[in-house]
Design a protein around this ligand. Structure first.
Ligand code: HEM
Length: 497
């Protein structure tokens, strides 16, 4: 009986304490001028109604469009429930800037991660001083690599070109570009390419399958939220896939140490490509820690650039007049040595890539969690212009896709592919496909210069590109990122006549 009274007293205490916290939060919110944020009208207590509707949109190949509708219906900032968590979704520039820069310290990555066995601890999962230490190490490594990168990237582009049909027959560029960037990024990160463009065995394909399965398993667990991920406790297939990925990276690390012991350069040639593993090994002597750090860089590198160039080709094949314009610009510089600086100055190429990102991505959500009670500058009140109070633990999901179709910023023809809309535009937080602030993508310059280089080579080689996909629309396939479900089916012509 006594223990029942103790239990009752504890319950009462918890209730009183949470009432008092709620009261002081509400006073604080009032004093900060915060107003309530619009809420999604859930019909299910744990928010499964919206979860199911999103899943259907994903299966229908229209996840981005569905998100856009949600923002149109419930406001540019609205709140939803996902299991036991509260999430504030926003597509407002001011909120991007607050989360990414002005209140950067308050919004961190969610470290209670159901997917931790796969991703471990690395730049993507860390916050605070731990993250800063890794970031300070990684940023100069990317900067140093940028300057030397193109001559090494060229080798992979040559290999891709050897696979392109010259007789005007149809080719799906999406898988080929995935292989190209996979080969180049594995060399950049691990010092040895997976060589998928030349692989006649199933080795690279097996690795990719394991990686995709590991990602899918991580995605399922993350979507269920940490509290419910126990439902996958008996599913051992995920462990099998991520162990295969870990073994691949561990193998690369082992080889690195073997080569270092033999004092053998990791690559042929007088100027070695700058390799991330070289720069990281001194700072992470523990091989397991090093594995997770490398995986945290390899994961965002894997398909992103390939999807970007694929999307640019998707749009160019449907708007061939821009291919002509790019070719004219490239012909002007065809005899010059291609350097990082030269690529930086090719504005029309850069605008073409930006316009492809604006229309089709890849630039999914940036997800954060409030590390303490705080506010967001916009989203409160009937017109959404007041600040919003954000309780500690609330998820804040920033969505780039609707932001890149804001008519106030981009004009009325937002659905049109018009690269020169970027001309003379000074954009900061309005255009954030690589995010911004201290956590901006460290690979931004590498991605743009490699992609510009590849487009330059393509327009110089081929006078024309032709769409060979019967479906003109972009149907999405959503894995961790969104790509084209139908691939990028085109034909290249050496001669436009
Ligand atoms: C089109 C290509 C790419 C796009 C659009 C892109 C976009 C982004 C975005 C939006 C973020 C911020 C994510 C967040 O904070 O939640 C990010 C972070 C990151 N990206 Fe990229 N990325 C691309 C390619 C790459 C490549 C090729 C690499 C590596 C070689 C890379 C490495 C990273 C890393 C390590 C971070 C984490 C930075 C940190 O947390 O400090 N990305 N990227």
């Amino acid at each position: 009986m006594a223990s029942l009274y103790v239990l009752l007293a504890a319950v009462v205490l918890v209730i009183l304490r949470s009432l008092s916290t709620a009261r002081s939060r509400s006073q604080r919110a009032k004093s900060l001028g915060c107003l309530p944020v619009n809420k999604y009208p859930h019909t299910h207590l744990l928010g499964y109604d919206l979860y199911r509707a999103r899943l259907k949109a994903v299966l229908d190949g229209r996840r981005n469009g569905f998100d856009r509708e949600l923002f149109a219906n419930y406001g540019a900032t609205y709140q939803e429930r996902a299991n036991l968590s509260t999430i504030i979704n926003s597509t407002e520039t001011a909120n991007f800037q607050a989360v990414g820069a002005t209140q950067f310290q308050v919004f961190g990555r969610d470290t209670r991660r159901a997917a931790a066995p796969f991703f471990g601890c690395g730049i993507l999962s860390m916050n605070g001083p731990e993250w800063k230490q890794t970031r300070d190490l990684v940023t100069p490594l990317f900067k140093r690599a940028e300057l030397l990168d193109i001559e090494y990237f060229k080798k992979y582009v040559d290999r891709l070109f050897a696979l392109l049909p010259l007789d005007g027959s149809t080719v799906d560029m999406q898988p080929l570009l995935q292989k190209l960037f996979l080969d180049s990024s594995t060399e950049f990160i691990f010092g040895e390419s997976i060589d998928s463009l030349r692989d006649t065995t199933t080795k690279s394909q097996d690795f990719l399958q394991a990686f995709n399965a590991a990602l899918a398993g991580a995605g399922k667990r993350l979507n269920m939220g940490g509290a419910f991920s126990f439902i996958y406790a008996f599913d051992k297939s995920w462990e099998k896939s991520y162990t295969q990925v870990h073994a691949f990276i561990d193998g690369r690390i082992k080889k690195y140490y073997e080569k270092a012991a033999e004092k053998e350069p990791a690559l042929e040639g007088s100027r070695r490509r700058y390799v991330l593993l070289d720069g990281m090994v001194k700072h992470f002597p523990d091989p397991v820690e090093l594995r997770f750090q490398l995986l945290n860089i390899f994961f965002p590198a894997r398909d992103t650039s390939a999807i970007l160039v694929s999307n640019a080709l998707f749009l160019l094949a449907r708007n061939p007049q821009y291919w002509k314009e790019l070719r004219q610009e490239a012909l002007k510089i065809q005899d010059e040595p291609i350097t990082f600086e030269l690529l930086k100055g090719l504005h029309l190429f850069r605008y073409t890539l930006f316009e492809a990102i604006r229309l089709l991505g890849p630039s999914g959500q940036v997800r954060r969690i409030a590390l303490r009670d705080t506010t967001l500058p916009r989203g409160g009140g009937p017109d959404g212009s007041a600040p919003v109070f954000v309780r500690k633990g609330t998820g804040v999901f920033l969505n780039n896709f609707p932001k890149m179709r804001d008519t106030d910023v981009w004009g009325d023809d937002i659905e049109a592919f018009r690269p020169n809309r970027f001309e003379g535009k000074v954009l900061t937080w309005e255009f954030t496909p690589f995010f911004g602030g201290p956590r901006i993508c460290p690979a931004i310059n590498q991605v743009i210069s490699q992609s510009v280089y590849l487009l330059v080579r393509l327009v110089l080689r081929f006078e024309m590109v032709e769409n060979r996909d019967e479906c003109l629309e972009y149907i999405e396939a959503t894995r961790m990122l969104v790509e084209s479900r139908n691939g990028i089916k085109v034909a290249f012509h050496l001669d436009a006549t």
